[in-house]
Design a protein around this ligand. Structure first.
Ligand SMILES: Cc1ncc(COP(=O)(O)O)c(C=O)c1O
Length: 372
């Protein structure tokens, strides 16, 4: 199937990258980086040019998300997976509760469950279903995933928190594009290789005063061993000085800063609206075509950042994507590998244009309808 398929030229997207991370980095950013010549790459992260980049990222994010002044923007190496462990080791007093609905939220739960001196519990739904996080009595941290990248599920609301219980949100693939009131979250974190169009291996963690206080208290408790690389005090102290604890990738900082500038020019509401428009296009397409269906049944949980579309078993999605990849026309729309479904998983991140999403849907329909 699809061995001899030829895509009509007018349906080929202008950029083939539709993956959910690493995501489309505009080639203009790479050209801008090239223009910095020998003044940025290969210079010290303790010196002004790189510290200014970090400062630009922190100030740009504060503007974009309207982050309250007393919240801290902590940055460092390692990405969201690193933070799963750092949070469990350094931000939880005794009990943590997770809301899980897919591979990444489950992975986060498993990280917490590995730490012997805290107790981890979870409320889980099967993959493909949505979940609304709620306040849980008796725990000191609640965790939810803003956009479950493996299944394309977003959370529809935040829990009403009580007492000193902290709310942590993994915003890795939704951050910036899926609505979330950061003033109601204590630890909002993401890796930048998704909506923020940079490279992986880096994290941003936005901490409320309560989360900062908790992290510093635990860091000061010498009866609890936390590896130096995961020490929140070290991360916070460095971030307060526009630095990272250890050497960062300068190009990652550069691309992230470029994307934040782009998104600030457009504004938070317009970025959210753009995601919604693209999501409507893809979900309406799936509803109209007899060989497609939305994987996520409940509308309110359908992601506006990552759309998952099931495809009839008569269609060999693997063969179709092999054809399009080999011609360098479409990359990265396979289902999340462990999900093992006959499915398209399409990124709706800000840098992917509405026009290209429209072309992609038409191209996929053209290919399928020419073989069925
Ligand atoms: C929701 C979510 N959380 C965490 C991660 C892990 O991020 P990283 O690979 O940067 O550690 C991902 C990666 O795709 C993700 O989508």
């Amino acid at each position: 199937m699809f061995e001899n398929y030829q895509a009509p030229e007018e349906l080929v997207p202008t950029d083939p990258r539709f993956g959910c991370g690493p995501s489309l980095i505009p080639t203009e950013y790479v050209e801008s980086l090239l223009k910095t010549g020998n003044h940025l790459l290969g210079t010290s992260h303790r010196k002004a040019p790189i510290k200014n980049l970090v400062k630009g990222i922190q100030e740009g994010l504060r503007e974009y998300f309207k982050i309250p002044e007393d919240y801290s923007i902590v940055v460092g190496n390692g990405g969201a997976t690193f933070l799963f462990d750092a949070i469990a080791l350094g931000m939880v007093k005794k009990k943590i509760h997770h809301f899980t609905c897919g591979e990444f939220s489950e992975k986060w739960f498993k990280s917490s469950a590995m730490v012997p001196w805290i107790e981890a519990s979870k409320t889980a739904v099967e993959f493909g279903k949505g979940i609304t996080p709620e306040y849980v009595e008796g725990v000191d941290m609640i965790c939810a995933t803003l956009n479950e990248t493996s299944t394309g599920v977003i959370i529809d609301s935040l829990p009403e928190m009580k007492g000193d219980c902290l709310l942590a949100i993994d915003a890795t693939s939704g951050g910036g594009q899926v609505t979330c009131d950061l003033s109601k979250v204590d630890c909002y974190f993401f890796s930048p290789q998704k909506v923020f169009a940079s490279e992986g291996g880096f994290y941003v963690a936005i901490l409320s005063p309560a989360a900062r206080k908790r992290a510093l208290e635990i860091a000061g408790d010498k009866s609890r061993y936390v590896p130096g690389i995961m020490d929140w005090k070290v991360a916070i102290d460095n971030s307060d000085k526009n630095q990272t604890y250890n050497t960062p990738s300068v190009s990652t900082l550069f691309f992230l800063n470029e994307q934040i500038k782009t998104m600030n020019k457009v504004g938070y509401n317009a970025v959210i609206e753009d995601g919604l428009k693209k999501a409507n296009l893809v979900y309406n397409w799936a509803n109209e075509k007899p060989y497609l269906s939305c994987f996520i049944e409940e509308d309110k949980y359908r992601s506006t950042a990552v759309a998952t579309i099931d495809v009839d078993d008569k269609v060999d999605v693997g063969a179709l994507l092999k054809n399009l990849e080999s011609k360098q026309q479409v990359y990265g729309i396979d289902a999340y590998r462990k999900l093992g479904r006959n499915q398209f998983r399409i990124s709706l991140f800000y840098n992917i244009s509405f026009a290209d999403i429209e072309k992609l849907t038409k191209l996929l329909s053209h290919a399928i309808e020419s073989e069925l």
